[in-house]
Ligand binder design. Sequence first.
Ligand SMILES: Cc1cc2nc3c(=O)[nH]c(=O)nc-3n(C[C@H](O)[C@H](O)[C@H](O)COP(=O)(O)OP(=O)(O)OC[C@H]3O[C@@H](n4cnc5c(N)ncnc54)[C@H](O)[C@@H]3O)c2cc1C
Length: 406
Amino acid sequence: MKIGIVGAGLGGLLAGALLSKENEVVIYEKLPIVGGRFTNIEYKGYNLTTGALHMIPHGADGYLAQLLKKAGCNVNIVNSNPDGLFRVNKKNHPYKNIFNLVGLKDKIKGLKMAANLKIGKVDKDISFGEFLEDIPLALDIGNSFTGWALSLNAYDTPMEEILEITKNYHKFGGPGIPIGGCKGVIDELICVIKNNNGKIITNHAVKKIEIDDKCYINPGENDGENEEEFDIVISNLSPKLTENISNVKIIKEKEPIPSKGIKVSIGCKEKFIEHNGVLFTPECERINGLNCPSNVDKNLAKKGYNLIMAHATQIKDNVKNEIDIVLNDIERLFSENNISNYEILHIQTYRDEIPVNHASNGTDLNPIVNDKLYLVGDGVKGKGGIEVEGVALSVLKVVSEINKIK
Ligand SMILES: Cc1cc2nc3c(=O)[nH]c(=O)nc-3n(C[C@H](O)[C@H](O)[C@H](O)COP(=O)(O)OP(=O)(O)OC[C@H]3O[C@@H](n4cnc5c(N)ncnc54)[C@H](O)[C@@H]3O)c2cc1C
């Protein structure tokens, strides 16, 4: 089959790598670079990123890692150990010790809640915030987790998603960092696609997708030079952007709600974070957590320095104020560790057409639009799919469906 893919983000490239083994694949990317929100940007000797924090939510064993292997990619993902620590009262605590920080009554309540969550014995129709709100510290911790992993407040996170995430966590474990960072993954995908004779065309914005008996990308373009016919089209754009440029109605009921975030990249000589997991910060006003990917791959930072990445869910619309709150959090955290000599390398906000997720968890659409048009990416994540794991789930579903047609 001849398959046209619109967009060379992680979703488009992963689908391309898996399908190019047995099909003719052409990928169109509007930018001069590929990888979308999952690749590196070199700056002052550091490898910053276009979006992600160089972290894969279920590490070397999750959905993404499995599909990368299946596609023939050789990516080395180093699992985090510990998965995460929680900074409470100026100290970093492992999850298992968290309930020692509350009174006996709340400790018993909290342990019961954690046990019920593990076995799925909870009301699926409430939010995670409602589930946690009886214990203030549990709510703060829940908010730091959903803020870091989903860019959502716990009250905006459906319990059903948390149950699926918990299942995935017990199945695959916590996060990991790929050697080479995000670009380590993207470079391998490009290599596989090219080895399979797939084509990646950059600087080529797709303006129109037409689905009829056949599928057309950019039909009627000037002299027809850019027009191409396919058996199937996969769009790596959001459902809304895909609908805007195609002749197919995609959003039939609820429109996906994007999630917004702020990322700050920090360079620092001192070891602010000693481990390769997440430092969750439930007591910060905005920052949900930080990581230090250069603890896994020192080439991600300038020689002799560390790259630290902080993420915050954007709560209010005034971006400037939100950034100020985030910077205050950073200043407080670093001064608590007696570090004054750090450099803010980059502050990025993610909203509108480039959000953290095109669909916040629980608002994703079905990736299969019809038997000719398919969607991949973070507007169509599978249930319980955290970020790129959700992107991988969308690709898994689409590729399995296309293979069935064959
Ligand atoms: C601040 C931040 C932190 C994050 N942290 C993490 C993390 O640590 N771990 C994690 O797992 N995930 C993280 N994520 C999420 C992750 O980055 C995304 O889920 C993932 O990269 C999305 O991939 P995608 O393929 O869906 O879309 P994209 O990366 O957006 O790819 C879409 C591609 O389509 C191209 N395109 C758009 N329009 C057209 C057109 N008309 N024609 C041709 N091409 C077009 C775009 O240029 C882009 O390259 C983070 C995201 C952000 C923003």
